[in-house]
Design a protein around this ligand. Structure first.
Ligand code: HEM
Length: 442
């Protein structure tokens, strides 16, 4: 199902995203602009600002708010946002567990305030706000925090490092830049407004001063919600509809595939993905993010005629339907042969090789941002995918699938994996708690 998944830009029926009624558009003057916005937001029309003294009336896009507190951190099942920033930090020399805990407390407070559309220096928030996002509302801002392998050594918590943070194996097609890979701490920021996203990036960076230094930073984007007449799965920079095969929140096994269970929940479910013992309960409700900066060799790709491009993926470019027939949501028929006796979804097609059916059920939730960092000296665009996938255990999700893609994916000649990160993303913070508190204070 494409329409309601994280691969789509639909704004309805999604956990942890709500409309902040007090801030919704109430002015007829903005109705022209709001037509598209409210169409995409579904059901928001008719709300009026309940506080006429509110300085800024917001469209539904500006007013949409993702929840900071909850079982899971935001930014995992939240619909793709138009703008994204990824930033990794290393703890400062001499900083350890105490400083890390204080930083996570400050970062969580900033994230909570900004996600609610309040300034970072609000009544009970820390710091000094830059004012960059003053007029825009929450705009579906999410801030998600993860810990890298090295975080546990730096904080004296090596004994509590989960097995899921073992280093990823090398892949033959890797051309990784170590300086743009991994890191002690990772923050993913997403928002439907570029200023709101940048504002959060600045606030996160400023709160880190003295405790952690920036290791790398990357910027990404997706289609703007409301730009299409109906919610659609996003396209990537190769022009493909990307996200169709994602696990859906309505699937019975969605949670067990994507989120780490608590020790109690894992008991009896022997072999459950990422089955932790009680010392790992800080990760319950959390997930693992694999982050890859994958450059697309667009000049080569765009030379392929569309029918060859479709063979590479195994799906139609126009509407994402499998080459075996039907529409985007029709399951692929991997056994179907054409009149010439050959498989219609070729043996080396990307969607075939990566499908859970061909990988012992291995599945991940792909939630990427496209990126474009200008034109290289040789005239080729430095553009591609900030591939981010979420799973309960990266060694049962990303790793086996990437191993297989590495061996025979028809898409590989058009890609270059340039950076890589693996992060354990703790469960969501309860009210009054900060992210990672259960690890850092127990
Ligand atoms: C820039 C790199 C990549 C591009 C452009 C790309 C593109 C696509 C496209 C167009 C599809 C078909 C539509 C869909 O189901 O989303 C797809 C499916 C998929 N891709 Fe990729 N992909 C890339 C990298 C990767 C990597 C690195 C992995 C994991 C190691 C991966 C795993 C998957 C999976 C699991 C599916 C769904 C298969 C299914 O169940 O139908 N992809 N990808």
């Amino acid at each position: 199902m494409a329409g309601a998944g994280t691969g789509s830009q639909g704004r309805t029926g999604t956990d942890g995203v709500g409309f902040s009624r007090r801030r919704l558009l109430g002015s007829a003057g903005a109705a022209g602009a709001a037509g598209l916005v409210l169409g995409a937001a579904g059901g928001a029309a008719g709300y009026a600002a309940s506080r006429p003294d509110e300085p800024t009336a917001l469209t539904a896009i500006g007013a949409t708010e993702a929840m900071f507190h909850g079982k899971h951190q935001p930014g995992i099942t939240t619909p793709l946002q138009a703008r994204g920033h990824l930033i990794a930090f290393d703890l400062a020399p001499g900083a350890g567990r105490k400083e890390a805990a204080a930083l996570m407390r400050r970062w969580s407070a900033v994230a909570r305030e900004l996600m609610a559309g309040r300034p970072a220096g609000g009544t009970d928030g820390p710091g000094h706000d830059t004012g960059i996002a003053l007029d825009a509302g929450p705009s579906s801002l999410t801030v998600t925090f993860g810990f890298g392998r090295t975080f546990f050594d730096r904080t004296g918590l090596t004994g509590r490092r989960p097995a899921g943070l073992d280093p990823l194996p090398p892949f033959s097609s890797d051309q990784l830049d170590a300086r743009r890979s991994n890191g002690d701490l990772w923050v993913q920021i997403g928002a439907d407004d570029a200023l709101v996203a940048f504002h959060a990036l600045r606030a996160i960076q400023k709160e880190a001063v003295g405790a952690a230094g920036v290791r790398w930073q990357m910027n990404g984007f997706n289609r703007t919600p409301g730009a299409t007449g109906r919610p659609m799965t996003a396209r990537n920079l190769m022009g493909q509809i990307d996200g169709t095969g994602n696990p859906q929140q309505t699937d019975d096994d969605f949670d067990t595939r994507i989120f780490v269970p608590s020790a109690a929940d894992a008991q009896g479910a022997s072999g459950a993905p990422g089955a932790p013992d009680a010392s790992q309960d800080w990760l319950a409700g959390g997930s693992y993010a694999v982050v890859r900066r994958i450059r697309m060799l667009l000049d080569d790709w765009e030379k392929l005629p569309v029918d060859r491009q479709e063979q590479v993926i195994g799906r139609r470019k126009s509407d994402g339907a499998p080459l075996s027939g039907g529409s985007e949501t029709t399951p692929m028929d991997l056994d179907k042969a054409g009149p010439d006796g050959r498989l219609v979804i070729p043996d080396n097609a990307h969607a075939r090789i990566s499908s859970p059916e061909k990988n012992g059920g291995a599945a991940m939730l792909r939630r990427p941002f496209s990126y474009h960092d200008g034109i290289s000296a040789d005239g080729t665009p430095d553009a591609g995918l900030l591939f981010i996938c979420w799973q309960a255990d990266p060694f049962r999700g990303f790793v086996p699938v990437q191993r297989k893609l590495d061996r025979g994916d028809a898409l590989s000649p058009f890609l270059r994996h340039e950076a890589s990160g693996l992060f354990a993303v703790p469960g969501g913070a309860a009210k009054g708690e900060y992210v990672g508190q259960r690890l850092l204070e127990s």
